[in-house]
Design a protein around this ligand. Structure first.
Ligand code: DGY
Length: 322
């Protein structure tokens, strides 16, 4: 290759990251900072040496069909890669990398925030204060439920699931049960009870927190039948991917009083939210904030940069996932 590699960056990134990228690459930025269309992604893939996309870019087989062999790597800004067709990327000769580790703590913090917010009615309370509808303290008003000492079920026991379990045990004295499609090493399970099936875990928990990757293998993992196995007082927290939960089935369970509440940071058809969730006081709805701190987003960008540099220096990128 002659000259500097051309990298298409699909969204605006923290300033320091953009500056560091520009030092090494010929960068094309998306100054509008809106998700790129399929056509724009196809054009980028055909003409760039690398792409730095985010969760808002759908890199489907249709997009990869435009590949010309020039694009060597898709360095995703984020840990989840369910928006990238990995098989199509491989066929097009593109490596795929992600940004693990650097967002683990912030995403785990947010899961705990959602647990507390749902159990303590923080969303509804905050809305009432703002709207002028609060008429003062009362001994029996606004009674939520305690998080401390409850039983937590963690579904998906990778880095983020484990970080949530650590917080729940150390900070809130919770009993933690865990289930994943793959059983982790014994060291990761210290202080945690491993449950052999999701079906067996569900009826035992007060709070269920989801931490699986998205994609075909986990789509609607929490469907109507599994939601029905939760106790009526249980609450569901999802900071993973929206389509892990059948959103319509979740709304039906909440409407029927078969579930006490939900804290959601991700949605099946993001940024659209099921209308049945919007008016409910037993749900707390956040706009995909899991990794949204200055610290995480900067570190994610630097990690994506490290992966790009490795590829163009002829090394194996540290975070190759496809
Ligand atoms: C991730 O890292 O996957 C977050 O959801 C943001 O993309």
């Amino acid at each position: 290759m002659t000259g500097r590699p051309r990298v298409v960056v699909t969204r605006r990134l923290p300033e320091a990251v953009e500056a560091a990228l520009a030092e090494r690459f010929d960068v094309e930025r998306n100054l509008e900072d809106r998700p790129l269309t399929t056509e724009a992604l196809r054009a980028a893939l055909a003409t760039a040496d690398a792409l730095l996309p985010t969760v808002t870019d759908r890199l489907s087989a249709e997009v990869f069909a435009a590949a010309t062999g020039r694009c060597r790597v898709i360095a995703n800004f984020g840990v989840g890669v369910n928006h990238i067709d990995l098989a199509a990327a491989a066929r097009a000769g593109c490596l795929v990398t992600n940004t693990p580790d650097v967002l683990t703590d912030d995403t785990a913090d947010l899961a705990i925030l959602l647990m507390l917010a749902v159990l303590r009615g923080a969303g509804a309370g905050e809305r009432r204060v703002r709207s002028g509808g609060w008429d003062g303290w009362g001994p029996t008003s606004d009674l939520g439920r305690r998080l401390t000492g409850k039983t937590l079920g963690v579904v998906g026991f990778g880095r983020i699931g484990q970080a949530v379990a650590r917080r729940a045990r150390a900070g809130f004295g919770m009993t933690v049960l865990a289930w994943s499609r793959r059983r982790p090493a014994a060291a990761a399970l210290e202080g945690v009870t491993w449950v052999e099936s999701l079906e067996a875990l569900l009826p035992q928990v007060d709070v269920l927190s989801l931490h699986t990757p998205g994609g075909a293998e986990t789509q609607h993992l929490l469907d109507a039948a599994r939601l029905a196995r939760l106790q009526r007082h249980a609450v569901l927290v999802n900071t993973a991917r929206g389509d892990v939960v059948d959103e319509a089935a979740l709304v039906a369970a909440l409407e029927a009083g078969r579930l006490a509440g939900a804290g959601l940071d991700v949605y099946e058809r993001e940024p659209a939210v099921h209308p049945g969730l919007l008016g409910r006081d037993d749900v707390v709805l956040l706009p995909h904030l899991g990794s949204a701190t200055v610290e995480s987003r900067s570190a994610m960008g630097m990690r994506a940069l490290e992966n790009l540099v490795a590829v163009f220096d002829g090394r194996t990128p540290p975070d190759r996932v496809g």
